[in-house]
Design a protein around this ligand. Structure first.
Ligand SMILES: Cc1ncc(C[n+]2csc(CCOP(=O)(O)OP(=O)(O)O)c2C)c(N)n1
Ligand code: SF4
Length: 279
């Protein structure tokens, strides 16, 4: 059985001391262990960013690709090998900036991957420029006089685009993080988890102290109630926990298994047989 020790790598960690990414890394490793998954059964796909460096620190299959593009890589890997547990680890710049179309289409397709977004509210690796997750007025090297646009609301976006699993947690909360990750892993379909991650070097507004003070764990909420989930997502409160976990919508894998297309002989062809023949 895989242990947390097995999931460590000898790579030197280059994250800044105190970075929220450490909490995400440990919670991820613990969740993989508690799922009972073997190392060779897990693929982590990341984009480029401080968040993407997580590929260097988890001893499973990993793929660090292009900034903004981890979702299509993950979807392709899952379609090619449905037995693989595929997890995307990406930054808020990666996901809500260059990768926004992939994020929406991943949700739309309800593909069987988990997407964990390290939301530190800026582009950290490139030294702190504002991202689509930065708040209006945020001052950064790219917006020295303050950001004009309001922040994107990714949870509301996912909920209004038929997302089947939507959650938010915080990098400092190890217990909740691990539980939310595991619930996301068990979900059939696209499971989206946003982690509020403190960046000690560049984000002095949404700092660890700010997040500790402002996050509010959700209580007494029905995770199958999309309207109630949307209300929580649109609230000014920083709610954490599972907003929606609803498997009434079939996942992409379930849909593709039941598709029938007409072949040249006009005999029906089962897509699943076709996929199997290519293995
Ligand atoms: C296609 C492409 N566009 C832009 C970049 C430059 N780039 C590298 S990392 C990065 C920002 C990363 O920010 P984010 O995704 O929020 O991750 P973080 O570093 O905050 O974890 C950018 C813009 C790149 N490497 N490739
Ligand atoms: S720059 Fe920010 S996000 Fe990147 S490693 Fe340092 S603290 Fe973490």
């Amino acid at each position: 059985m895989t242990t947390v020790q097995d999931l460590k790598t000898p790579a030197t960690n280059t994250w800044c001391p105190g970075c929220g990414n450490f909490g995400i890394l440990v919670a991820l490793q613990q969740a993989i262990v508690e799922m009972g998954w073997e190392q060779h059964e897990v693929l982590i796909v990341a984009g480029i960013g401080c968040s993407g460096h997580i590929c260097n620190y988890v001893n499973t299959y990993v793929f660090e690709g292009l900034h903004g593009r981890p979702v299509p890589v993950a979807i392709g890997a899952k379609l090619a090998n449905p037995n693989l547990h595929v997890i995307v680890m990406a930054g808020d710049g990666d996901t809500y900036g260059e990768g926004l179309n992939h994020f929406i289409n991943g949700i739309r397709g309800n593909h069987d991957v988990t997407m964990i977004v390290h939301n530190n509210g800026l582009y950290a690796l490139t030294t702190g420029q504002s991202s689509p997750a930065s708040d209006k007025g945020f001052k950064s090297p790219s917006t020295p006089a303050g950001l004009i646009e309001p922040a994107l609301n990714p949870l509301a976006l996912a909920l209004t685009q038929n997302g089947s699993f939507v959650a938010r947690t915080a990098a400092f909360d190890m217990k909740q993080q691990k539980e939310v990750f595991m619930q996301a892993f068990k979900h059939k379909g696209f499971s989206f988890v946003e982690v509020m991650q403190h960046c000690v070097t560049f984000n002095h507004v949404k700092s660890l102290a700010f997040l500790r003070e402002h996050v509010k764990p959700i209580t007494g909420h029905d995770v199958k109630n999309r309207a109630a989930a949307l209300q929580l997502a649109l609230s000014h409160e920083l709610y954490t926990g599972v907003f929606l976990d609803d498997e009434r919508r079939k996942s992409y894998s379930e849909e593709i298994g039941s598709l029938v297309v007409a072949g040249p002989t006009s005999e029906p062809i089962q897509i699943s047989d076709l996929m199997d023949s290519m293995k």
